[in-house]
Design a protein around this ligand. Structure first.
Ligand SMILES: [Fe+2]
Ligand SMILES: [Fe+2]
Length: 147
């Protein structure tokens, strides 16, 4: 089995979440209950992903890089808040059985695409270079506590 890294672990989670959101979009006009359950799984998964990053990954990155007062993690945290707002906007419509969420979906997807790409291309590979195997395992254990 190939070694588990920050990149492989988080890239895979992005992909899994993308697929859930896709099934919500594909199903919402034909099978609303199924679409709703895909969305709820997406929402819970994305919220957990954000907590993994903000409570485990970013603090580790800040500690290792010495950038605590500014830098990319501040930007990432702000983007998480914005992503969270659009997630809630879609959630409210779904709770009201309203499938007219195209505008919100597009905005959320644009934000997520950009955000995930900068994590996948910069932050995660940087972390894999910066931390030891032991620090990585400690981070995974901390994430399991959150899951
Ligand atoms: Fe993120
Ligand atoms: Fe992420």
């Amino acid at each position: 089995m190939p070694e588990r890294t920050i990149s492989t672990m988080f890239d895979e989670d992005h992909e899994r979440l993308d697929a859930l959101f896709k099934s919500f979009q594909t199903l919402k006009r034909t099978d609303f209950p199924k679409a709703k359950s895909a969305f709820l799984e997406f929402k819970a998964g994305l919220q957990r992903h954000v907590v993994w990053e903000e409570d485990v990954l970013f603090p580790l990155w800040e500690r290792k890089s010495g950038m605590t007062g500014g830098g990319p993690t501040i930007v990432m945290r702000n983007e998480h808040r914005e992503i969270g707002d659009w997630l809630e906007a879609i959630y409210r419509k779904i709770q009201a059985q309203n499938p007219e969420t195209e505008r919100e979906e597009q905005t959320l997807l644009d934000l997520l695409d950009r955000h995930n790409m900068s994590e996948e291309e910069v932050l995660y590979p940087e972390m894999d270079r910066m931390i030891s195997a032991e620090e990585r395992e400690t981070a995974f254990r901390a994430m399991e506590q959150i899951a």
